[in-house]
Design a protein around this ligand. Structure first.
Ligand SMILES: C[S@@+](CC[C@H](N)C(=O)[O-])C[C@H]1O[C@@H](n2cnc3c(N)ncnc32)[C@H](O)[C@@H]1O
Length: 268
C-alpha cells in the first residue's frame, strides 16, 4: 500500500490548516521552547504555526519542512509579509530529513502522524536529527474522540467514509492515543502525554472540506469504479454535511492528543 496525503492541497484544505497558530495549536509545546533554540517543524503545511514557533525561539531559528512545494511557497510568502526573518522552508520528507545527526534543539510535528504509514520510522529519523537532551512535540487528532450533534445516519456515513479514505491512504485516524507509545518505541525518554478538544465553529469550512474531499474520491481514489461507493451516496453524504453546517444545533468537536519526548543524554 502506498502512503498518500488524504486532505490534498485544495484552496479549501489549505485555508482549513491556515487558521492555526502556535498559540492555539502548539500551546502544549511552547513551555519547552527557549530563545536561541534551533527548531525543526515537520510537515509545516502553510506555515502559520511555524511562524509563531519562530517568534518563540527568536533569535534562534526555525526550519519548516514539507513534501509539498505549493505549501512551502505559501509559508515563505507569509514569513516575508510578516517580516519573520529567522525561518526557512525546505522541501523534504520526514522519513529522510536532509540534516546531519544532532542538528536541532527541538522538533515539532502537528497534524502529520495521522497521515503516516510508518510513524516509527519517522520518529527514529526525528531522533537522529535531535541533539542529546533535545525535545520533540507531536500532536494529532484521534477519531475516537469525535463529538457530533445532531447525528444522522447520512452524516455518520460521511464521517465513516472519510475515515475509510484516510486509512486506505496509509493513515491511522486513531494515532493520537498512540503517540506516547510510539515515542517510547522510537527511543525517546521522559515522555509526557496530554489531550485537548478543538470545536469547529463556524462549521462551514470543515464541512466544505469534507464534502469536497469525498467528491474528489471519485477521481483521486477511483472510489466509484472500485465499488467503494456510488454517485448517489456521494451526493447524499455531501447534502448531509451541508445541512449539518447550517443546522441551528450543530456541534463538532475533535480530540487532539499530544506527546512530548526527549532524546536521552549520555552522562559519565
Ligand atoms: C494536515 S497538514 C498540517 C500542516 C501544519 N503542520 C498544520 O498543522 O497546520 C499535514 C502536512 O504534512 C505534510 N506531509 C505529509 N506527509 C509528509 C511527509 N512524509 N514528510 C513531510 N511532510 C509530510 C503534508 O504535505 C501537509 O502539508
Amino acid at each position: 500500500m502506498l502512503e498518500n496525503y488524504t486532505p490534498g492541497y485544495s484552496t479549501n484544505a489549505t485555508q482549513f490548516m491556515a487558521h492555526r497558530t502556535a498559540k492555539s495549536h502548539a500551546a502544549f509545546f511552547m513551555p519547552y521552547l527557549n530563545p536561541e533554540m534551533k527548531l525543526l517543524d515537520c510537515g509545516c503545511g502553510p506555515g502559520t504555526i511555524t511562524l509563531g514557533l519562530a517568534q518563540a525561539v527568536f533569535p534562534g531559528t526555525v526550519t519548516g519542512i514539507d513534501l509539498e512545494n505549493s505549501q512551502l511557497d505559501i509559508a515563505r510568502e507569509s514569513a516575508s509579509k510578516q517580516s519573520v526573518g529567522n525561518v526557512d522552508f525546505i522541501q523534504a520528507s520526514v522519513y529522510h530529513l536532509p540534516f546531519p545527526d544532532s542538528s536541532f534543539d527541538a522538533v515539532f510535528a502537528h497534524a502529520v502522524f495521522e497521515h503516516l504509514q510508518k510513524p516509527l520510522q519517522a520518529l527514529q529519523e526525528i531522533l537522529r536529527v535531535l541533539k542529546p537532551g533535545g525535545k520533540v512535540g507531536v500532536r494529532s487528532p484521534d477519531w475516537g474522540g469525535f463529538l457530533i450533534a445532531p447525528s444522522t445516519p447520512e452524516l455518520d456515513l460521511a464521517m465513516s467514509y472519510y475515515k475509510f479514505l484516510q486509512q486506505h491512504n496509509g493513515g491511522n485516524v486513531n494515532v493520537g492515543r498512540e503517540l506516547g507509545a510510539l515515542l517510547r518505541q522510537a527511543g525517546f525518554t521522559q515522555i509526557k502525554t496530554s489531550a485537548s478538544y478543538e470545536s469547529y465553529e463556524p462549521l462551514s469550512l470543515a464541512t466544505e472540506y469534507l464534502a469536497l474531499r469525498i467528491q474528489a474520491s471519485e477521481q483521486v481514489e477511483r472510489a466509484v469504479e472500485r465499488g467503494w461507493t456510488d454517485v448517489q451516496a456521494i451526493a447524499t453524504m455531501n447534502q448531509a454535511l451541508q445541512e449539518w453546517s447550517l443546522h441551528p444545533d450543530r456541534f463538532f468537536a475533535q480530540a487532539w492528543c499530544e506527546a512530548i519526548g526527549h532524546r536521552f543524554v549520555v552522562a559519565l
